[in-house]
Design a protein around this ligand. Structure first.
Ligand code: 5RP
Length: 251
């Protein structure tokens, strides 16, 4: 990267990180209660700030429910008490905090940029309140228009090429997510599955896309978080100017 481009890139990274931290701090301040027994913790770079804020307020009663390897390691290294989702009674999570790749005005989200969408959704549907923390780059008027890779879809490895062909019939251009430089071949999720990134040119009609993708044999879960399963109850966006925009969702 040329020196000027490198400087611009690092300035953006710093301001995004600051935005995430400010949004996380406010989200925790306005939503955490010492009465919470179980708190779900999502995956990605934003939740690192959520966990830092929770560290200041968590009590001895608080147990944290991670959504994958990254969040579990983060919680354990912070010395927090962890329970896996199948160790918690159904519906017992008081509140879950998570990031998102894209959020629309109704609180529908695209998630799964970190390949943790299955456990993130499982934790979210078991939570009494679902709080999304994000930055200004995630604000979308129509899902599918903002996050270029598209809708992440977790699939059984043996079904990957079949699911890709069905996604193409739905108008998507699916790509098998690669392990990039870290691994030759596909990205493998915490659950041993593959991820397809399905871009829908022009965006998606949320309810229709969620139902059609779910109906494909071999799909384990998709990254559309909507009324069909769980959308955000409230979203905290860290903005470029240092403000935090709170988008309360009308149920
Ligand atoms: C992981 C996710 C993350 O919440 C999403 O990718 C946002 O990540 P970040 O906070 O790093 O921007 O869905 O599966």
């Amino acid at each position: 990267m040329l020196p000027l481009l490198r400087r611009r890139h690092s300035t953006l990274t710093t301001s995004l990180d600051r935005a995430k931290r400010l949004a996380a701090t406010r989200a925790v301040r306005e939503n955490f209660s010492p009465a919470h027994n179980y708190i779900g913790i999502g995956s990605g770079s934003t939740v690192v700030h959520v966990v830092s804020s929770l560290l200041q307020v968590a009590t001895a009663n608080t147990t944290f429910v991670p959504t994958g390897y990254q969040s579990r390691s983060l919680l354990l290294s912070a010395g927090l008490r962890v329970a896996l989702i199948d160790e918690v009674p159904p519906g017992a999570i008081d509140i879950a905090f998570d990031g998102a790749d894209e959020v629309d005005p109704a609180g529908n989200c695209v998630k799964g940029g970190g390949a943790c969408l299955l456990m993130e959704k499982l934790v979210a549907v078991n939570a009494g309140r679902f709080v999304v923390v994000a930055d200004w780059t995630k604000i979308s008027t129509k899902l599918g228009e903002r996050y270029a890779p598209g809708v992440p879809v977790e699939v059984l490895p043996a079904a990957a090429s079949y699911v890709m062909s069905r996604l193409r019939e739905l108008g998507a251009t699916p790509v098998l997510r690669s392990g990039a430089k870290a691994k030759a071949g596909p990205c493998v999720t915490d659950n041993g599955n593959f991820i397809l990134d399905a871009a829908f040119p022009g965006g998606i009609e949320v309810a229709d896309a969620a139902a059609r993708i779910r109906g494909i044999v071999g799909v384990v879960e998709h990254g559309i978080f909507s009324d069909a399963d769980r959308k955000a109850d409230v979203v905290y966006y860290g903005m470029k100017d240092g403000e935090v925009l709170v988008q309360g969702i009308i149920q």
